[in-house]
Design a protein around this ligand. Structure first.
Ligand SMILES: [Mn+2]
Length: 466
């Protein structure tokens, strides 16, 4: 691999060297070059895009951006008709190195963290996989951030965006590790870090909804129960309601009441494994207003994912760079997203009995759920306690192009290589794109292969991948 000596264990410094080699190659290119950026359209991809866009603006480069769900031959065909001098692929591209190199013959940079096959290439690749770094150590936006910072120290003010991508890719668990924790140090100028109850929605949701929707931490008789959550809160004897009788948001409770609330939750969890495991790091953006989804890094990353799922890539980039009008528009998108989310969960609840068989749940939504939402459904299902830990969840939905989008996850915190499983099942039915990470991956197959695929994945011996 380019500029990399083989070692058993690589360090953060090795990674920074890889980044600075890439930046040196980039600096050598003509300043009048036109750059084409192709990037993923999820939270990490949009965060990556924002960082590179801002960095290129600062260097006076001209560029255009396209955010896509995945790379395929259509994307590459369209790209071939365009004019540009330099190519950037962010949060994707690794699976198409040979194809990209053969088609474009232009200086190309791939900043990514997905698995890919190493081979000789002229393309400049920065990917933590090359150094066997752990999945949680850095996301694509972290890679883009280190690239931008190496290019120009000014870009240090973009560190918070890198962490947004990391949060979106589920890399934050009781803190950041590896390169992400170094990036956190840079981000502290814009970001407050504190310890608090690690619930989703403390900035924006009424407290009864926060508890009702909380599956991790799980609260017996409260999680998943509208009445249970209300009863629990009203029995706590704290000021959880405002003057109109509506539930307050967590940020509007007094310090004292937050303490009473958290101890009440811990008491309620006494028969759980770690009852006190309800605290975590809270990351809030100093310059954002309290009570908005942009204030809290986790809510911000959900907002970005929502905007991406609605295909609004450039809106995502604008909110990352914190454009005021874009923020307003994004809030509208977020509420449509929530409505859609409620609909798919309803659909799942009504149909879930037919999906389960021995260790694997095949959720075949066909046309009932949009292909852009099927991965979200699979993620929510595996994080709730619908299925036993270790259950493989395979969710399928039809696309508008007569294909089937497949999303694969594993329930609970169990280490199973579902990507390996999915690859093997797909390989048995034909040559179709399949990508992602070890515990969250996806594929695209023609509709005509539906039955064949379901048969293949049902019959696979999944013990092999544990
Ligand atoms: Mn990513």
């Amino acid at each position: 691999m380019i500029g990399l000596t083989k070692k058993e264990k690589y360090t953060n410094l090795d990674f920074l060297n890889l980044v600075s080699d890439a930046v040196n190659k980039f600096k050598f290119l003509n300043k009048n070059s036109f750059i084409k950026i192709i990037a993923h359209i999820d939270c990490d991809g949009l965060s990556s895009t924002s960082i590179i866009v801002k960095a290129l603006e600062r260097e006076d480069f001209k560029f255009s951006v396209r955010n896509v769900k995945q790379i395929d031959n259509n994307v590459l065909d369209e790209l071939e008709k365009e004019e540009f001098d330099i190519l950037f692929f962010l949060d994707l591209g690794g699976e198409y190195i040979k194809e990209i190199e053969n088609r474009f013959k232009k200086p190309t940079f791939i900043l990514d963290h997905h698995k890919f096959e190493h081979s000789e290439t002229n393309i400049t690749i920065i990917n933590p996989i090359m150094l066997n770094l752990d999945y949680r150590e850095i996301s694509s936006s972290g890679v883009c951030y280190l690239f931008a910072k190496c290019l120009n120290e000014k870009n240090k003010d973009l560190a918070y965006i890198a962490l947004m991508g990391a949060v979106g890719d589920m890399q934050e668990k009781n803190g950041f590790i590896g390169l992400n924790s170094l990036i956190l140090e840079d981000a502290k100028e814009k970001l407050d870090v504190s310890i608090g109850p690690r619930f989703f929605g403390i900035q924006t949701r009424p407290i009864n909804k926060v508890l009702e929707y909380s599956t991790d931490p799980f609260i017996p008789n409260v999680s998943g129960s509208e009445e249970g959550a209300i009863k629990f809160l009203d029995e706590l004897n704290i000021d959880v309601r405002d003057n109109y009788g509506n539930f307050k948001k967590l940020i509007d409770l007094s310090q004292d009441d937050v303490k009473k609330l958290t101890s009440g939750i811990i008491l309620n969890r006494l028969n759980q494994e770690n009852p006190e495991d309800i605290f975590g790091n809270l990351y809030t953006l100093k310059e954002e207003a309290l009570g908005t989804p942009m204030k809290d890094l986790k809510e911000f990353s959900t907002l970005l994912n929502a905007v991406g799922r609605f295909g609004k890539g450039s809106l995502g980039v604008s909110i990352c760079l914190r454009n005021e009008d874009a923020k307003k528009e994004a809030l509208g998108v977020l509420s449509s997203y929530k409505i859609e989310l409620i609909d798919i969960l309803k659909w799942f609840n009504e149909n879930k009995d037919q999906f389960f068989s021995e260790g694997i749940a095949i959720i075949n939504a066909k046309d009932s759920i949009k292909d852009s939402m099927i991965g979200t459904l699979a993620s929510i299902v595996t994080k709730s306690n619908v299925y036993d830990p270790g259950t493989i969840v395979v969710a399928l939905a039809h696309t508008e192009e007569d294909e089937i989008k497949i999303s694969c996850r594993v329930a609970g915190n169990i280490d199973i290589d579902v990507r390996g499983m999915l690859k093997e099942s797909i390989a048995g039915i034909g040559d179709y794109p399949c990508g992602g990470h070890k515990t969250a991956c996806g594929a695209l197959i023609p509709k005509s292969k539906e039955e064949e695929f379901i048969k293949a994945i049902s019959n696979i011996s999944y013990e092999k991948w544990q």
